[in-house]
Write a protein that binds this ligand. Structure first.
Ligand code: HEC
Length: 157
């Protein structure tokens, strides 16, 4: 019994700390979302951050690069909320529902594994202040690119 109590005393703070981190992340995403709902970001600032942090993989025009997808089509589809979650929180593989037939299932699994073995994985940016405070700017830039109101070049400041 004493042993169990000691174990609990040791484990409890760890558990609580874990929850606190979890909570902090949720709060941060909520804050970023509120920011997105508020005054819209700056296309120019978004472009700058994009060139600095994202273009190496997604291409300087956001139309895709070596191993990272074209973001324009995606941004059109996912909307601001999913964008924030995808970029800031741990990037989870959007696993498609696996087909039941063995052959198709094997092929689908193979495709997923190959992607995961690829050298490039999308980083999670929530711990990166230069990205997370500019998430609304990034979205402003990418959605303007997606809408065609912003070309591939440098926006006016
Ligand atoms: C190290 C390379 C790399 C960098 C840097 C990078 N990404 Fe990605 N990103 C990827 C890869 C690879 C994927 C596709 C993952 C997959 O196939 O599911 C991806 C996926 C995404 C997606 C989801 C697209 C989809 O189809 O669901 C978004 C949105 C995105 N990136 C935005 C960004 C933004 C914004 C930045 C800069 C802050 C950035 N990325 C920086 C490699 C990168």
């Amino acid at each position: 019994m004493a042993k169990l109590t000691r174990l609990l005393t040791l484990a409890l703070p760890l558990l609580v700390a874990g929850c606190a981190v979890e909570l902090q992340n949720t709060e941060m995403v909520a804050r970023e979302r509120a920011q997105l709902a508020g005054p819209s970001g700056s296309v120019y600032t978004g472009w700058r951050i994009f060139q600095d942090k994202c273009a190496a993989c997604h291409g300087s025009a956001a139309t895709g690069g070596k191993g990272a997808p074209d973001l324009l089509q995606r941004v059109r589809e996912i909307g601001p909320h999913r964008f924030v979650s995808l970029v800031l929180t741990r990037y989870d593989w959007n696993l498609p529902a696996l087909p039941a037939a063995d052959v198709a299932r094997e092929a689908a699994l193979e495709a997923i594994l190959q992607r995961q073995q690829g050298a490039l994985t999308m980083p999670a940016w929530q711990g990166e202040p230069s990205v997370n405070v500019h998430i609304a700017d990034l979205y402003a830039y990418l959605s303007a690119r997606a809408a065609g109101t912003q070309g591939p070049g440098r926006p006016a400041p």
